[in-house]
Design a protein. Structure first.
Length: 388
């Protein structure tokens, strides 16, 4: 068992080689410990499945006396990803309809339009940073439109979300601001309902005992945060992966029918959510001879599971023609990513359009100069300078 130091873990050096870091860690053993945040970390595919599926690992830390989960402020915490059945089942049922592959497919023309509008602006310049001009605005525009959030309000989200997910010093102030913003949005939707998911959920909340007010606020919060902080990393890091594998890039440009499979391979290869959300042991659980005591936290390193040679042949190779890619980038079990169909659609349209419209796309800095984001759970680029 290796003790991982959080500061080392967040260094640019580790960030730029996270897959290599975990591949090395897995050779040292299956179970490790992230100091400072007191969390067990699993590194194999099999153990990731175990942690994500075994009901003895729970999400709602309020069930454990004496445990205080400081990661998300109380007012925003009663959402899907921090609840267990039966609450989880009830909450998930309320939103699952809106995210089925069939419902999401209806968004295709609009997602294509948003993508083309962003590229119209990019084409006017010679060199851009693809994160703020493309990878970020695409998913935030899509989820904001689904939720009926006015365009003028969207700029505030990035700062708030980053402060909250990166656990920065002003995290509490950001949570307060976000909380009040969502309350105001709900008041507005109740007064003037629109054809959007927020109005629909506000209506469900008012007309029955399906959803409490705090669950409603937390649900909107989760959809906003999960709806963009993840996909930005797939689009940014996925583009970099293609630029660093010119043969794969050319193959994908020549054969756009490979796009759905390429997105699965890029999800596996980049693992935008590198660590699963934490689970709490609801009783003492033995794993590889080590007892994870009741009340302790464990996360599955999805990025390590996705590079496990016991499960994938030649896992360090990017191969967009790889068959039957059973990656864990969207998790597994009851918390499997609600937004997976949306993320897949956005990925297919984004990569397809980028390659078609910018045939000379190239990295505009040395790979060693790239800046990686510092969120311990996520894995992606803070900036991606390109020319075309
Ligand atoms: C859950 C990954 C995009 C909404 C998850 C989980 C993962 C994940 C790994 C499970 C976490 C765990 O069990 O610990 C990703 C990736 C994305 C992405 C890699 C993009 C490439 C989205 C989008 C939405 C979304 C676009 C849209 C709203 C959610 C929600 C959950 C979730 C609501 C919680 C589900 C539950 O607890 O039942 N995601 N996600 N995600 N994701 Fe995503």
């Amino acid at each position: 068992m290796t003790h991982i130091n959080l500061q080392d873990y967040l260094s640019q050096e580790t960030r730029s080689n996270l897959r290599v870091f975990y591949t090395q860690l897995r050779t040292e053993g299956p179970l490790h410990y992230l100091d400072e945040v007191n969390t067990w970390v699993t590194t194999s595919y099999e153990d990731a499945l175990f942690v994500l599926r075994d009901p003895r690992f729970i999400k709602d830390s309020r069930k454990l006396p004496g445990v205080v989960d400081e990661a998300v402020p109380e007012g925003l915490s009663r959402h899907l990803l921090s609840s267990d059945p039966p609450d989880h089942t009830r909450l998930r049922r309320l939103v699952s309809k809106a995210f089925t592959p069939r419902m999401i497919e209806h968004l295709r023309p609009r997602v294509q339009q948003i993508t083309d509008d962003l590229l119209d602006e990019i084409e006017k310049q010679g060199q851009v940073d693809l994160i703020p001009t493309f990878a970020y605005p695409l998913p935030i525009t899509v989820i904001s439109e689904m939720l009926g959030i006015p365009e003028a309000d969207r700029a505030s989200f990035r700062a708030w979300t980053q402060a909250i997910v990166n656990i920065e010093a002003d995290n509490m102030a950001a949570s307060e601001a976000f909380f009040h913003y969502i309350q105001d949005l709900l008041a507005e939707k109740r007064a003037h309902p629109g054809d959007d998911l927020t109005s629909e959920l506000a209506h469900v909340q008012e007309n029955g005992d399906q959803l409490s007010e705090s669950e409603l606020v937390a649900m909107i919060f989760l959809l906003i945060v999960a709806g963009h902080e993840t996909t930005v990393n797939l689009l940014g890091h996925g583009t970099l992966a293609l630029l660093q594998h010119p043969k794969q890039l050319r193959l994908l440009r020549d054969e756009p029918s490979l796009l759905p499979n390429a997105v699965e391979e890029l999800l596996r290869y980049t693992s935008p959510v590198s660590l699963s959300d934490e689970r709490w042991a609801n009783e003492d659980i033995e794993l590889h001879g080590q007892v994870i005591h009741k009340g302790e936290q464990v996360v599955a390193a999805l990025i390590a599971a996705n590079a496990d040679e016991q499960h994938f042949s030649d896992p360090t190779r990017l191969d967009i023609t790889r068959q039957d890619i059973q990656h864990l980038a969207f998790g597994k079990g009851i918390h499997f990513c609600l937004g997976a169909p949306l993320a897949r659609l956005e990925g297919q349209i984004a990569f397809g359009t980028l390659l078609r419209r910018l045939p000379d796309l190239r990295l505009a800095c040395e790979p060693g100069e790239l800046k990686w984001s510092k969120n311990p759970m996520l894995y992606g680029l803070a900036s991606l300078p390109v020319t075309f």
